[in-house]
Design a protein around this ligand. Structure first.
Ligand SMILES: *Cc1c(COP(=O)(O)O)cnc(C)c1O
Length: 358
């Protein structure tokens, strides 16, 4: 019997993945040139489908990287001259901040304990911060920051560039790209694909900043895939170097599948499954949601405290062919993490809840 992966990335593959992979192999996509019309058509198709899915306007380009964490470095190099500002409440948002320090940016942080979230009202952005780095869904702790709160913050600090990590939640968050300058994700989370492709959405405001920094003699915006280089190639749906053509093709197909279902339906199903899981955790004596504030509870990565050692719960689920994630870092033994991505159905979530009850 096959396992169902409720792990928050790599995760359960989206059911249509196999068929798209087969078609890609039949069409010999692994051998085509990335300077061919066939590749340009693939890039264009993926671009179109992601635009529809995430409501991305023409002011923003869509670029491909090796991973999401690569985008941390790209955006810090391309969009920060001196100072960045980071909302940190877990391991992934912390790593974004660490990257800024490694790149010798003056990185400010506003940190909250693991399991707590941010609201518009408690955030004060330092005066000289150029880029505000927000993690929509902190995968390590299962905390989300609601898009409405992110939008209010951007409106208050409209001159600053805003970049949102939507790695473990896209396509769920309904970001308003008429004000959000940049966002990024990778495909092994909610898009249900194997790892190996990052997607970077960046607006003209980011490009302008990168071009300005590039003109300063003493400033480097990096050598590998600078935003101006990515943007220039993007004009003809090309990439600076040989990209992961296979993954770009399949991502376009899965985004098309999502669009056929409709983003509203996908978001509703996500919320429905999250409601089922949180309700179960709230009512069962052996579990408790880790995030106490309801508005901060992630809809896509649900973290629970377990009364028993989490390894026992995880092993019992594994016997029933359901793979659940362990807690992150020091919470490894006392928590479990359950991904709630489009690849798992209401029926599968029901089966998981029945298993956890045992
Ligand atoms: C997984 C994850 C990343 C890193 O993505 P990679 O594809 O492994 O580089 C970054 N941010 C968040 C919130 C994540 O969940």
């Amino acid at each position: 019997m096959k396992n169902t992966y409720f792990t928050p990335g790599p995760a359960e593959l989206y059911p249509t993945f196999y068929q798209h992979l087969q078609t890609a192999l039949d069409e010999q996509i692994g051998s085509i040139s990335h300077r061919s019309q066939k590749f340009r058509d693939i890039y264009k198709h993926t671009d179109e489908q992601l635009r529809i899915l995430l409501d991305i306007p023409a002011t923003h380009g869509i670029f491909f990287t090796g991973s999401a964490s690569e985008v941390w470095e790209r955006i810090l190099l391309n969009c920060v001259e001196h100072e960045s500002f980071h909302l940190v409440n877990g391991s992934f948002s912390r790593k974004f901040y660490d990257y800024a320090q490694s790149l010798h940016k003056y990185a400010h942080l506003y940190e909250k304990p693991f399991g707590e979230g941010f609201d518009y009202a408690d955030v004060e952005v330092p005066e000289y911060a150029e880029l505000v780095c927000v993690t929509h869904n902190e995968t390590s702790s299962g905390v989300q920051m609601r898009p409405a709160e992110i939008h209010k913050l951007k409106r208050k600090y409209s001159k600053k560039l805003f970049c949102v990590d939507i790695v473990s939640s896209a396509p769920y968050p309904d970001l308003d790209f008429s004000i959000i300058d940049s966002a990024f994700f990778s495909v092994q989370k909610a898009f249900g694909m194997p790892a190996g492709l990052g997607v970077w959405i960046a607006g003209k405001s980011c490009l302008e900043k990168a071009e300005r920094l590039q003109r300063y003699d003493s400033m480097t915006i990096g050598a590998h895939h600078t935003l101006p280089t990515l943007w220039k190639n993007y004009q003809t749906f090309e990439t600076p170097a040989t990209p992961n053509v296979l993954a770009i093709y399949i991502l376009g197909k899965i985004a098309e599948d999502f669009n056929r279902i409709g983003i509203d339906t996908i978001r509703r199903q996500t919320e429905e499954k999250a409601r089922m899981l949180y309700k179960f955790l709230d009512n069962h004596a052996d579990y408790e949601p880790f995030v106490s504030e309801e508005r901060h509870r992630s809809q896509t990565v649900i973290v629970a405290k377990t009364k028993q050692p989490s390894a026992d719960v995880i092993n019992a689920a594994k016997q029933a062919n359901m793979i659940v994630g362990s807690g992150y870092g020091k919470f490894k033994e006392s928590q479990i993490r359950i991904a709630n991505f489009p690849a798992t159905t209401i029926e599968q979530v029901t089966a998981l809840i029945d298993q956890l009850k045992k």
